[in-house]
Design a protein around this ligand. Structure first.
Ligand SMILES: C[S@@+](CC[C@H](N)C(=O)[O-])C[C@H]1O[C@@H](n2cnc3c(N)ncnc32)[C@H](O)[C@@H]1O
Length: 209
């Protein structure tokens, strides 16, 4: 089965994002696997007027939120089913472009540059950083921000994102990897889980020089 088919299959089991969050907002940003939890888009700095690329954008809801704040958003996901769902829900937003493509292939082919690149449990987790980080770096504007999240190492999940297909790294490992690939001010932490839960979220960010 191809990567696209396998992620398409996984997409079918996905739960749609709620239409409003606990604060009654219709769009919002969430880096973690828990509803109404953790840091928001503030980590990215001001996004209005900035070109923002999301790698593995899924149902597009995080990116749609950034677009409502004035970002010019490009969402790339390898699964065609994801683009269809994202388009149905967020296709009305001008300033949001959705593409079905594998992240490394997209970065290799595009001539565009981006001020912000992000990935929420997305392609940065599933593509070898030795391949992906240089490609991301090559398409980022100077001073741009890269930020991404994923489950901490050692957490088991159902196919196809099971351990082994993922590039699980600790915060310390990510800061070393990011610096080694020419990013500056790399910082990574485990965001604590909400009360009653035991698994936190690995959240990293760095700047392109
Ligand atoms: C666990 S889901 C997360 C989706 C979304 N970011 C979210 O937070 O809901 C992982 C997503 O990454 C996409 N993906 C996985 N590997 C990819 C790759 N190499 N290139 C592009 N997208 C990829 C999958 O199709 C899927 O939509």
């Amino acid at each position: 089965m191809s990567l696209a088919e396998s992620w398409d299959r996984y997409a079918v089991g996905g739960t749609p994002r709620r239409t409003v969050n606990a604060r009654g907002e219709v769009t919002w940003f969430n880096w973690t696997q828990y509803a109404d939890h953790g840091p928001n888009e503030g980590l990215l700095g001001p996004v209005a007027g900035r070109r923002v690329l999301e790698l593995g954008s899924g149902n597009g809801s995080n990116l749609a939120h950034l677009v409502t704040l004035g970002a010019i958003g490009v969402g790339v996901d390898v699964a065609p089913a994801r683009e269809a769902v994202a388009r149905e829900r967020w296709g009305h937003l001008s300033g949001l472009e959705l593409r079905t493509a594998e992240a490394a292939a997209f970065l290799t082919e595009t001539a565009d540059t981006f001020d912000v690149v992000l990935s929420v449990f997305g392609a940065v987790w599933f593509v070898d950083p030795a391949t992906l980080l240089p490609l991301i770096r090559s398409r980022m504007a100077p001073g741009g921000i890269l930020a991404f999240s994923h489950l901490p190492p050692g957490v088991r999940t159902p196919e196809p994102g099971k351990a082994g297909m993922r590039h699980d790294h600790t915060p310390d490992e990510w800061t070393v990897l990011l610096a080694a690939h020419g990013f500056s001010d790399a910082s990574a932490v485990i965001v604590d889980p909400p009360e009653g839960k035991s698994v936190g979220t690995m959240l990293a960010h760095a700047a392109a020089v």
